[in-house]
Write a protein that binds this ligand. Structure first.
Ligand SMILES: Nc1ncnc2c1ncn2[C@@H]1O[C@H](COP(=O)(O)OP(=O)(O)OP(=O)(O)O)[C@@H](O)[C@H]1O
Ligand SMILES: [Mg+2]
Length: 269
């Protein structure tokens, strides 16, 4: 059985695609067979972050419409043999994806022995986001530590609890909080909400806290998921999140401001 994980948020631009790419890569690095799917019809982005945009011939909508087979459309990652990308269509037709079409693709991935399918949701709470979450077993809710992001995530939690296949069957999608663009310094000064604040408002358990980091943009410019950036805080934080998804215990890092050294304490810095 393939475990279907939606990466969702409500609010746009919070880090869903960044997170989808890194979680997919991290799970593949643990030896699992993984597919990561871009549900953002009209706005292709995941293939850029994964560094395979030049190899996209067929996309998700082509498969749904029967214009290509799933095998033709899946792009094998250059770094991991067991990691595949299904790109979004550039079509302007927002209704190109249907629930039946999505189900067909997910069923075929499960039959092909995929362990995990990561669904990168578009922003908002409309059809695309609904289709991305409908078949999910688990949801990673990506939140920035600010009020507007938390509020939009709360609306997504409402949909996860009512508009999914699990909800229709009287079950629950397993929900995780992933806080990203976290700056412990700005939390300390009261400009940002803390991990504890967000957990309390949303009633979720945290699977990861990703620090604000310039490495994210550098990595995406190179077409490399940031989890592969050696020595990067963001990479280590994503690696911890993947381990927790796999049921391991990892202490939370990057949640307190860096301690200043002796000299900078005395001389300022
Ligand atoms: N931890 C981080 N530190 C710094 N910048 C980040 C971090 N995470 C994401 N970003 C930046 O935030 C922007 C949005 O990221 P991303 O595209 O992953 O968001 P998204 O939620 O998928 O957006 P959309 O809703 O448009 O699909 C990008 O410019 C990315 O580089
Ligand atoms: Mg995105």
């Amino acid at each position: 059985m393939a475990e279907i994980i939606v990466v969702t948020s409500g609010k746009g631009g919070v880090g869903k695609t960044t997170t989808s790419a890194s979680l997919a890569c991290g799970l593949a690095r643990h030896g699992h067979k993984v597919a990561v799917i871009d549900f953002d019809v009209g706005l292709r982005n995941l293939d850029l972050i994964m560094g395979c945009e030049r190899r996209v011939v067929y996309d998700f909508v082509n498969v749904v419409n029967g214009e290509a087979s799933l095998k033709q459309a899946l792009i094998k990652d250059k770094r991991f043999d067991n990691l595949y990308v299904l790109a979004a269509s550039q079509t302007r037709d927002k209704d190109a994806l249907t629930r039946e079409g999505v189900q067909k693709v997910l069923d075929e991935l499960a039959a092909d022995g995929f362990d995990y399918v990561i669904c990168d949701s578009p922003a908002g709470i409309e059809k695309g986001a609904y289709l991305a979450m409908y078949f999910a077993d688990q949801a990673v809710v990506v939140v920035n530590p600010e009020v507007s992001s938390v509020r939009d995530s709360d609306r997504i939690l409402g949909l996860l609890a009512s508009k999914t296949r699990k909800a229709e069957q009287g079950e629950r999608v397993k929900e995780h909080l992933l806080l990203t663009r976290y700056s412990p310094k700005r939390v300390e000064t009261g400009e940002m909400l803390s991990v504890g604040d967000v957990e309390e408002i949303l009633g979720l358990k945290t699977i990861g806290v990703i620090p604000e980091s310039p490495d994210v943009l550098n990595a995406s410019n190179k077409g490399e998921p940031v989890i592969l950036e050696v020595g990067s805080d963001a990479a280590q934080a994503y690696d911890d999140a993947v381990a927790r998804l796999l049921g391991q215990n990892r202490p939370m890092r990057f949640v307190t401001p860096e301690k200043k050294g002796f000299f900078s304490k005395i001389f300022g810095g």
